[in-house]
Design a protein around this ligand. Structure first.
Ligand code: 4AD
Ligand code: MG
Length: 460
């Protein structure tokens, strides 16, 4: 038979003669001739109340059900005479799947995020984490919907790669060789014996390959996991994170910025309209200003300023920062947040960064000092999107690659795309996990993905 979801039962207008739900016991208490249970099936934040009376065949076993046990309940959906809920299920039968002994760690009290991180396998069963992962799912769908509505093609870029897209050397190496007994040639590892016959890595970005598809299909996007072995133990970085990367042919930096802005607004709007119930939890318990912040982002025009203007504002701010600011040094999160939260009080886009701090693929501006880069900065997070117009001129690109110390042989195919029908094109990467931080108000990135991977952490 078809199982009902608690989310749809609670939205019911009329009583229903026969329902069946499966889920986990959140609480249970006994009255004289019956037992009350609150069941949650993960379909929504709310539990449903179940009344099990002593005429049930297995009533003695039902009376032993404790928090965390798994059951299927058959019965009638009726108006609840009690306070606090409109509907309840009067059970005609209860099937018991798995009991949970008292050692079940999620007893009815609030647990710290730090504690819950140690039990990532169980934390989705809490109200808060259930809500996070439902929102993550809703926003994944929203990503696809947005691009579908705008005529983009969804492409799959490789996870295994031979190139370092960002040129930052933060690659995880992948090998099928025996690490304890590496084949050597003149003292160096002999990759002829490795799977791909050359060094291979996990990708840091699908951009370079996405560009090849954009130069054929026009507007494309990829949405997948990316990997960076940066040893920064911050609340905004993970070794494995999800990125949405649109790439658009015949698109300049202005159009790229406009696109990124409308994408963020769309996603925030979708969360407000499609995840209202779950968002309520975060605005009540995680960040009281959450809905104000989200509504503001959903309706505001993002301020745009150049990197040079940003540096001037920071220098004139008289604020003491941990990292010095000088033209030519990268902006740190503290600088981005000052500009966004204190100075402008709203989302912003900083563009035209110094060429020296940005990857080889960004288009060099006429001043020859800056590149057509852009970062989108949002409150509480700092950088949520990084993107650029791409260098489409063969000669300039090969020069930039040489400066960056990249071997042209490794990128011959990328260069070749600039030889045959090169066009202005642009794109960006949205950090999907940071988006979920923005939407939920959660301040540690480890708490927006089910199983976070950070330095020293590969449990689960
Ligand atoms: O600015 P990034 O490094 O840009 C790129 O990778 C480009 N190739 C994207 C493109 O143009 N197609 O990364 C893009 C975004 C950042 O703004 C940030 O939100 C997120 O990815 N990000 C991380 N999120 C979590 N953990 C990390 N270690 C991250 N590194 C970047
Ligand atoms: Mg960046």
């Amino acid at each position: 038979m078809n199982r009902n979801k608690i989310a749809s039962l609670l939205a019911s207008i009329n009583p229903i003669d026969f329902v069946c739900i499966s889920g986990w016991v959140r609480t249970r208490r006994d009255a004289k001739t019956f037992s009350f249970m609150e069941i949650n099936d993960g379909s929504c934040r709310s539990n449903i109340q179940v009344i099990a009376d002593d005429t049930l065949k297995n009533y003695e076993a039902v009376k032993k059900l404790s928090t965390g046990s798994a059951v299927t309940v058959f019965g009638v959906l009726r108006e609840s005479p009690g306070k606090g809920q409109r509907w309840e299920i009067e059970a005609s039968a209860i099937e018991i799947h798995g009991l949970a002994p008292d050692s079940f760690p999620l007893q009815k009290k609030r647990h710290s995020d730090e504690f819950l991180r140690e039990i990532c396998h169980l934390r989705p069963r809490t109200n808060k984490y259930g809500a996070v992962f439902r929102i993550r799912s809703a926003l994944s769908s929203a990503v696809h919907q947005f691009f579908k509505d705008h005529g983009f093609f969804y492409i799959h870029t490789p996870i295994l790669t031979g190139s370092d897209c960002e040129g930052a050397g933060q690659l995880f190496r992948v090998t099928s060789m025996d690490m304890e007994n590496l084949p050597k040639i003149s003292g160096e590892t002999d990759y002829q014996f490795d799977f791909f016959k050359k060094p291979a890595f996990l990708t840091v970005s699908g951009q370079l390959e996405a560009e090849m598809l954009a130069l054929a299909l026009g507007d494309v996007y990829t949405f997948g996991p990316t990997f960076r072995a940066e040893n920064s133990n911050t609340s905004r970085h993970m070794a494995e994170f999800w990125m949405v990367e649109p790439e658009m042919a015949f698109c300049d930096l202005d159009q790229n910025m406009a696109h990124a802005e409308s994408f963020i607004r769309y996603l925030v709007n979708r969360a407000l309209t499609h995840c209202a119930d779950d968002l309520e939890l975060f605005s009540a318990y995680v960040d009281k200003t959450l809905l104000t912040t989200l509504n503001k982002i959903a309706s505001s025009n993002f301020i745009r300023l150049t990197y040079t203007e940003a540096i001037d504002i920071l220098k004139n701010s008289n604020k003491i920062f941990q990292y010095d600011i000088d033209w030519g040094s990268d902006l740190q999160t503290e600088h981005e947040r000052y500009l966004c939260e204190d100075h402008f009080n709203g989302p912003l886009i900083i563009y035209n960064y110094p060429a020296s701090i940005k990857p080889f693929y960004m288009r060099v501006n006429d001043d020859e000092k800056t590149v057509g880069a852009m970062d989108v900065i949002v409150p509480r997070i700092g950088e949520i999107i990084g993107g650029s117009r791409r260098e489409d001129r063969f000669d300039v690109l090969s020069e930039r690659m040489a400066e960056a110390g990249l071997k042209q042989d490794d990128y011959w195919w990328y260069l070749e795309s600039r030889r045959y029908g090169s066009v202005p094109h642009s794109g960006y990467g949205l950090g999907f996990d940071r988006l979920i931080m923005l939407i939920t108000g959660i301040t540690n990135i480890r708490d927006v993905i089910p199983f976070p991977r950070t330095p020293g952490n590969i449990e689960f």
